[in-house]
Design a protein around this ligand. Structure first.
Ligand code: CTP
Length: 396
């Protein structure tokens, strides 16, 4: 963790005293720490004890002219490699899930694009409350990582889940996070996403239904895990993914060319909805409606199949998607076989609450060499990180 920069946010809970132990542990590993102490956090630990341990000044107030001149809230969020909130109280979790920015801590988190680790600590009933759980699952879907909480005796005298994880466990988790990213930096990944367009004339085309959301989330998750990632995308309404090499294409042919150019990689995930047919002869002029239209189609190249069977460019792990409206298992297994890929991730497109334009998905993964498994309905970002976790264990 040497030379890493962590922005620590200490909120107001009885376990705030343990954050001092976290600072000591991080300092021992040569981590640079800047700390934000919330107003309620100040009831439990003092700025003096924090600055003595972190050897840095403590930031408290968003409207401090002195702090803003030295390091404003935006620079503070840019400075960090990671934001660690210890303890994360029910109030802070709730504020973050609604995007509030009424103090320095919440403003910095809202202004940051860095990974945020929350270490919750609260009474068992507060933890179990539906609103806390909903807030947390919203934050998880934004990519926030959660450490703990544990089950145990609480400071309030009750027993249950909500006890903050021990500093040693927090330190190990953060260290593993950085280690994994370092380890994955050697890996290259390629993702295709979105629909292709097959032109009939300059203004008309045949296309497939696809928002591209699942593929973009996979690219984001690969990036967050340290992979050198390329995203080749058909036209969607989504913004390019920051930190990912982004290539925009229109047709299947362009997608295929760019795929070839950007291989080999360690893993390739073919999520694009490639049009299976293209127009044999594209009209260079707009076809007028009083002309006879006789569309002749021909099969498009199957990108996945081509790459899976490529002698020199086949990635170590080649993954296809399957959109099925019936016989999900048999059709997916057939695709796994016919396309010679390692996994097929199948979507049931007859279920209108998932897939296509939805933010949620539910998929089954069919593997070449092991039993299939189902990832139950959740946000596409969470499906993406479950897929990427499996890719990482396979590569390692
Ligand atoms: N695929 C591809 N090139 C194509 C068609 C599909 O690379 N020309 C890839 C998709 O990106 C996906 C997988 O193949 O990873 C399966 O796509 P899908 O549309 O489900 O299957 P098809 O092969 O098109 O077969 P069918 O439409 O008959 O189900």
């Amino acid at each position: 963790m040497k030379n890493k920069k962590i922005l620590l946010i200490i909120c107001g809970g009885i376990s705030a005293y343990k954050s001092l132990e976290v600072i000591r542990g991080l300092k021992k590993k040569n981590v640079s720490i800047k700390t934000i102490l919330t107003k309620s956090g100040k009831n439990f630990v003092t700025p003096l004890s924090i600055s003595s341990l972190s050897q840095e000044k403590v930031y408290e107030d968003i409207f401090s002219a002195e702090n803003e001149a030295e390091m404003d809230h935006i620079s503070l969020s840019r400075w960090a490699d990671l934001i660690l909130i210890v303890p994360a109280t029910a109030n802070t979790i709730s504020k973050l899930s609604y995007g509030l920015s009424d103090d320095l801590a919440s403003t910095v988190v809202l202004a940051s694009n860095k990974i945020v680790f929350l270490v919750p600590a609260m009474n068992v009933r507060m933890w179990e409350h539906k609103s806390t759980q909903e807030n947390l699952s919203k934050l998880k879907s934004y990519g926030y990582k959660i450490i703990g909480p544990e089950i145990g005796d609480m400071a309030c005298g009750e027993y249950g889940k909500g006890k903050m994880s021990e500093p040693s466990y927090i330190l190990r988790t953060i260290e593993n996070y950085f280690k994994n990213i370092e380890k994955n930096k050697k890996y290259k990944a390629l993702v295709t996403a979105g629909p292709t367009k097959e032109f009939i004339d300059p203004v008309r085309f045949i296309t497939n239904k696809s928002s591209g959301k699942q593929g973009y989330e996979i690219a984001k998750s690969l990036r967050d895990n340290g992979f050198q990632t390329t995203l080749i995308s058909g036209e969607t309404n989504l913004d390019p993914v920051e930190g990912v090499k982004f290539i925009s294409v229109k047709t299947a042919e362009e997608m295929f060319k760019e795929t070839l150019k950007n291989l080999p990689t360690d893993v390739a995930i073919f999520n694009a909805a490639v049009a299976d047919f293209k127009v044999k002869e594209i009209n260079s002029e707009k076809i007028k409606k009083n002309e006879n239209l006789d569309l002749k189609l021909e099969k498009n190249i199957d990108i996945l199949s081509n790459i899976s069977n490529h002698n020199s460019l086949r990635p170590k792990i080649t993954i296809g998607f399957a959109a099925e409206s019936q016989n999900l298992e048999s059709n997916s297994k057939k695709k796994l076989d016919q396309k010679n890929c390692d996994w097929i991730i199948a979507n049931d497109i007859s279920d209108k609450t998932i897939g296509f334009d939805s933010d949620d998905n539910e998929v089954s993964i069919f593997y070449k060499n092991k039993e299939s498994e189902k990832l139950l309905k959740k946000k596409k970002s969470l499906i993406a990180s479950e897929i990427v976790n499996r890719v990482i264990s396979e590569l390692n």
